[in-house]
Design a protein around this ligand. Sequence first.
Ligand SMILES: *Cc1c(COP(=O)(O)O)cnc(C)c1O
Length: 366
Amino acid sequence: MLNKIKKQFNKKTNFEQWPGIIKGYKKWLPINKNTPIITLQEGATPLIELESINQIIGRNVKVYAKYDGLNPTGSFKDRGMTMAISKAKEEGCKAVICASTGNTSASAAAYAKKGGMKSFVLIPDGYVAQGKLAQALVYGAEVLAIKGNFDTALEIVQRLANEFPITLVNSVNPYRLEGQKTAAFEIIDSLGEAPDYLCIPMGNAGNISAYWMGFNEYLTEGISKKLPNMVGVQATGSAPLVFGKIIKHPETIATAIRIGNPVNKEKANIVKKESKGTFLDVTDEEIIKAYQLLGKQEGIFCEPASAASVAGLLKIKEKISNNATIVCVLTGNGLKDPDCAIDNNEAIFKQGIEPNFEEIAKSMGF
Ligand SMILES: *Cc1c(COP(=O)(O)O)cnc(C)c1O
């Protein structure tokens, strides 16, 4: 097996690049011969075994991270955005708009530019991680920071898209979820079967709905034989789906899931019911603990919202059955939120050291 892969790599001229999720999963997506494919070759992200978490849980469970922070703009949003932007282009649209806690705006801006379109993004002023804001600016979006939270921004962009010739690319756009379901396909393609549990952070709950759609489509086609229990995780200060009510003033360090009124709440509740799943909340402290564990023990740097999936798994570890296969979705890249990283680590970081050999050797403990 390995030899075969090596051979393929050595024959450089024959080695084909991954073409992105639309070409990669063409038959599963609502495209036709007139759809222009706007791609940055998203998808085909790693599925990494988390040995330290295997050990914590024990009982022969196998835990994997679907590291979707390795997409072109650093989050799973790219899977949905390649579809949304390609369909917008097919329909002749010239501009797109979204409300965003950061990653949607980064992704929309990048794909809109790739497709030759203009993008407008509404963000909650002061609540978007630095890296994400930097991306939207570099990709040339028009960034409008409002004195309000995500939920307010979403209400406004929905109205703007209704009244003006501009396409909405939030996860109410059905093409977003179509693209995002390909992550479930990739997991089954890698493992040969669906996992027993899928742990995933929920904000607007588009992604959990997309995964469920993907798992069901492979089951219907007979590619897999079972469906996972879906474990949806929210931050305690921002957990409308766990508490079953709108949260007027959501708060959490995990800004990507700082959403009090998820647009996909009906869909999410169906996923919970159909998969006999669990929704639970984790505190910011638990999120940071999982975030640090992933960095220190596994060499994986994800954003705090993503670490919520692992924090959620650790919280319900006693309920996980023996020998289970579990996938935790790491939705975004840690580089997006450098402030969180610098404020929350236990690294040795000595500053102001004189640039001489003896002094440095001494600080190293020699
Ligand atoms: C968007 C996002 C989420 C939440 O996804 P939903 O589809 O809104 O539930 C989680 N983590 C990261 C990093 C995100 O960018």
